[in-house]
Design a binder for this molecule. Structure first.
Ligand SMILES: [Fe+2]
Ligand SMILES: [Fe+2]
Length: 252
């Protein structure tokens, strides 16, 4: 067996006699099985300078300790989270809320008794809730990084979605597709702010929690637009609506 000893250790036999008074850090001790050696610290060994130290926690933590905020208004957790990043997260919260509001207006339109496209109403209700969840996820992230959530105004959406040429279903779905693409652009912008500030945590958060899902949503709504273009404005829309009504997890 091979033992590599630390510089501050010596070896004693079972009677307590020193076998090897001081060993330097590169000493290698071989012993055969059955003989008992006891490693112990030697007196004064701490005076020797340590070599090969790459991290001195109590030295290095001093500057971090000086940076711990003392005012109660300041976040304790905040670290390498720039004002740019904080502002763009608040903007994205607003984007998600605006999209949620538009989808909610679409839900209310398709749920009317004289429109009665229940599948589209369900689709836009679930989509509205999902966008609000996105806003909330961003709020939690803002707090996690030590930023402050600042909610901004949201714009009054349309309440009529009928379109002479396209009809209401196709018009609303094309609007949804455009909103999802716009949201994707805004998310890419958040990601570029993260990259510019070398904020790898924020970049990873946007990539893993938002960008993949956004691309999926764009694909799904594009297919709905294509299908609605095929079926036209009349009877086909009813079938499309029934498909949405009976499909699970349709939200975009
Ligand atoms: Fe979203
Ligand atoms: Fe979405």
């Amino acid at each position: 067996m091979v033992l590599r000893s630390a510089s501050s250790f010596c070896l004693l036999n079972a009677n307590g006699d020193h076998l090897l008074p001081l060993l330097n850090s590169s000493s290698i001790i071989r012993y055969s099985q059955g003989k008992s050696f006891v490693p112990c610290a030697t007196k004064g060994s701490n005076n020797r300078p340590l070599t090969g130290v790459v991290f001195e926690p109590f030295e290095e933590v001093k500057k971090e300790l000086d940076l711990v905020p003392t005012v109660p208004q300041a976040s304790l957790a905040r670290q390498k989270y720039t004002l740019d990043a904080e502002a763009i997260i608040n903007e994205q919260i607003n984007v998600e809320y605006n999209v949620s509001y538009v989808y909610h207006a679409m839900f209310a339109y398709f749920d009317r008794d004289n429109v009665a496209l229940k599948g589209l109403a369900k689709f836009f209700k679930e989509s509205s809730e999902e966008e609000r969840e996105h806003a909330e996820k961003l709020m939690e992230y803002q707090n996690k990084r030590g930023g402050k959530v600042t909610l901004q105004s949201i714009v009054m959406p349309l309440s009529e979605f009928d379109h002479e040429e396209k009809g209401d279903a196709l018009y609303a779905m094309e609007l949804a597709l455009s909103l999802e693409k716009l949201t994707n652009e805004k998310l890419i912008n958040v990601h570029s702010v993260a990259s510019k500030n070398n904020d790898v945590h924020l970049a990873d958060f946007i990539e893993s929690e938002f960008l993949g899902e956004q691309v999926e949503a764009i694909k799904k709504i594009s297919e709905y637009v294509a299908q609605l273009r095929r079926v036209g404005k009349g009877h086909g829309v009813w079938h499309f609506d029934q498909m949405l009504l009976h499909e699970e997890g349709v939200a975009a």
